[in-house]
Design a protein around this ligand. Structure first.
Ligand code: AMP
Ligand code: ZN
Length: 112
């Protein structure tokens, strides 16, 4: 299985890690859309939100707890946005579920 995020998690592809715990890892997006653009990625390979099961509930909770910690660590006290793209219509390009943490400037009022 060729998964770029699994390779980053294993350390086989370089990344700028900003956070790691038992469940998730987080690193800077290669193509940042905002001054802070971090990808929060579960260590377990799950292709997308559509492949989540009840057993993954803890993992997704850990993603959001990581987001809170990263935001604090990176000084995003005035706010940030968390985005997940699921499937083709949303433009998901990497089939390993991930959450974009965006901030560092005032974001647009609309997501789309
Ligand atoms: P999505 O469109 O939600 O699937 O987002 C995938 C994101 O992964 C994009 O924002 C890419 O810039 C980012 N990305 C792809 N490969 C890498 C990589 N090797 N390191 C960091 N970010 C990456
Ligand atoms: Zn993967």
């Amino acid at each position: 299985m060729d998964c770029v995020f699994c390779e980053i998690i294993k350390g086989n592809i370089p990344s700028t890690k900003v956070y790691e715990d038992e469940y998730v890892t987080a690193f800077n997006d290669l193509n940042p859309q905002t001054p802070v653009h971090v990808l929060i990625v579960p260590k377990k390979h799950i292709a997308s939100v559509n492949e989540l099961t009840e057993d993954d509930a803890l993992i997704i909770g850990k993603v959001f707890l990581a987001a809170k910690k990263i935001a604090e660590q990176l000084g995003l006290e005035s706010g940030y946005r968390i985005i997940n793209n699921c499937g083709a219509d949303a433009g998901q390009t990497v089939m390993h579920v991930h959450f974009h943490l965006l901030g560092g400037r005032k974001l647009g009022e609309k997501i789309i």
